[in-house]
Design a protein around this ligand. Sequence first.
Ligand SMILES: Nc1nc2c(c(=O)[nH]1)N(C=O)[C@@H](CNc1ccc(C(=O)N[C@@H](CCC(=O)O)C(=O)O)cc1)CN2
Ligand SMILES: Nc1ncnc2c1ncn2[C@@H]1O[C@H](COP(=O)(O)OP(=O)(O)OP(=O)(O)O)[C@@H](O)[C@H]1O
Length: 200
Amino acid sequence: MTALSSSLSAERQSLRRLLRCKRRALTAAQQQQAARNLYLQLAQHPWFRRARHIALYLASDGEISPHLLLREAQRRKKHVYLPVVACRAGGQMVFQRVDVATRWGQNCFGIVEPIPDHRQQRALWTLDLVCLPLVGFDAGGGRLGMGGGFYDRSLAACSMPLPRLLGLAHACQQVERLPVAPWDMPLDAVVTDCSWHDCR
Ligand SMILES: Nc1nc2c(c(=O)[nH]1)N(C=O)[C@@H](CNc1ccc(C(=O)N[C@@H](CCC(=O)O)C(=O)O)cc1)CN2
Ligand SMILES: Nc1ncnc2c1ncn2[C@@H]1O[C@H](COP(=O)(O)OP(=O)(O)OP(=O)(O)O)[C@@H](O)[C@H]1O
């Protein structure tokens, strides 16, 4: 690691710590309101309305929760996918469809996810809309995640064109400018409980 990349990753790590504390400090009532506002911003948006295959996530660690969107997508007979990780260094992440028949487990980070089943998995590049959980973001589409590099590596391995990338976050997770890592894939937009940010 060069001096530059080690100072960049130290800076990203300290921001990550700060922003995770911020979102974990939100009360249950604030989280519920944020999830409702997120739903209101996205449910009628053309990106959501037109998408047939959508990747979401199950909120943990104070993340803004897309559970109302998940339910709405299933109600509209869309196919919903959740990330499933291989828990080892440099491990991959796949996207697996969930429905009433899904069997659930927990990954090594304590996040509930579907038990792997190849028949229900779909290549990332064939999804219409990928909603990514953010730890931090900036107005230019810069993204800070949990630091495992799972989304980064999956996107790097993804065939072109990339699916539409939409970051989901609480408004309090916005920073002026994120230190960008060379492998970062810019988001197309970020939606929070308060506003929509087009990044392209
Ligand atoms: N809701 C949700 N699901 C997701 C993600 C996410 O960010 N949010 N992921 C997005 O990538 C993947 C999981 N990635 C993760 C990466 C790091 C840690 C984490 O908590 N790290 C701990 C230390 C981990 C350890 O025990 O070794 C930490 O940083 O404190 C959690 C999830 C797949 N599923
Ligand atoms: N395309 C890639 N190829 C190989 N390693 C990668 C790639 N992208 C990221 N990584 C590794 O993943 C680690 C975490 O990256 P980063 O700090 O960007 O996390 P992050 O933005 O929080 O990511 P994510 O949300 O994707 O987990 C980095 O140390 C890097 O070595």
